[in-house]
Design a protein around this ligand. Structure first.
Ligand code: FPP
Length: 248
């Protein structure tokens, strides 16, 4: 009872509308226990469901998770294939629960490299949860922030044939980013002790608060999440302007 993060958020807390997470540290978590890296990923996947529900219950409307980066293809084939299988298993197992629990699922990234079974599962999960309103969970899979921006320019050009990119404004481009269904993240969490963005949501994180935790992802509990949200609630967000507290 002495730890306020256990009963977070208090009713007057500033809750981030959109939380983005780089789930790092699965491999080290497994290594510390003398287990193969893939055990770390499956333990990490088990954390996800509780966190989704906790975020929804706390008032977070959008949660975006970095599951597989464009660079992750460089990992040993066995690890890549186990991550893909985990993704398939997760979708097969959780799609019904997501539908019942009001979770809308979106997947962003270049999924053209995934096999057809996974691509079909993604399409089914997105379609079946499309009308859910409690929380939108976006999984970034084979995603890279630079890819997202180049892709947005290409899609804008396709929609505006003959128009020069010299006419392009930030507001024109934003609807073509893969995250157009969500506002920009307010809070980015990276677990696992590194303080890098690693090509995640480069455009969208422009004004996000960045929270780095040493905790390895499979140990990132609801209490750790509350700590991050309590840290966020203390921030004075100015978006480049003068503080409200000073201005008023
Ligand atoms: C980084 O840890 C984590 C990943 C590359 C994969 C994250 C995937 C999951 C948590 C499971 C699947 C998620 C969903 C949404 C079903 P790392 O391997 O880089 O760890 P290390 O830095 O300790 O080596």
């Amino acid at each position: 009872m002495n730890d306020p993060t256990i009963h977070w958020p208090p009713s007057d807390a500033l809750v981030p509308r959109h939380v983005a997470i780089i789930m790092d540290g699965n491999g080290r978590w497994a290594k510390q226990r003398g287990l193969p890296r893939t055990f770390g990923h499956s333990s990490g996947a088990r954390q996800v469901k509780d966190l989704i529900n906790h975020c929804a219950d706390s008032g977070v409307a959008f949660l975006t998770l970095f599951a597989f980066s464009s660079e992750n293809w460089k990992r040993p084939a066995e690890e890549v294939s186990s991550l893909m299988s985990l993704f398939v298993l997760y979708l097969e197992k959780e799609i019904r629960a997501m539908r019942m629990e009001g979770v809308r699922l979106r997947v962003i990234g270049d999924i053209s490299r995934f096999d057809s079974r996974l691509r079909n599962l993604i399409a089914d999960a997105q379609r079946e949860t499309a009308d859910n309103k409690r929380i939108t969970v976006t999984v970034a899979a084979n995603y890279g922030g630079r890819w997202d921006m180049v892709e947005a320019v290409r899609r804008w050009q396709q929609a505006h044939p003959g128009q020069s990119a010299l006419d392009l404004s930030e507001d024109d481009l934003a609807p073509y980013l893969s995250t157009a269904h969500a506002p920009d993240p307010d809070l980015l969490i990276r677990t696992g002790g590194e303080s890098r963005i690693s090509n995640f949501l480069l455009w969208q994180l422009a004004y996000a608060e960045l929270y780095f935790s040493d905790v390895l992802w499979p140990d990132f509990s609801i209490q750790e999440m509350n700590k991050a949200m309590a840290w966020f609630a203390d921030k004075d967000r100015r978006f480049g302007a003068v503080s409200d507290r000073v201005a008023s």
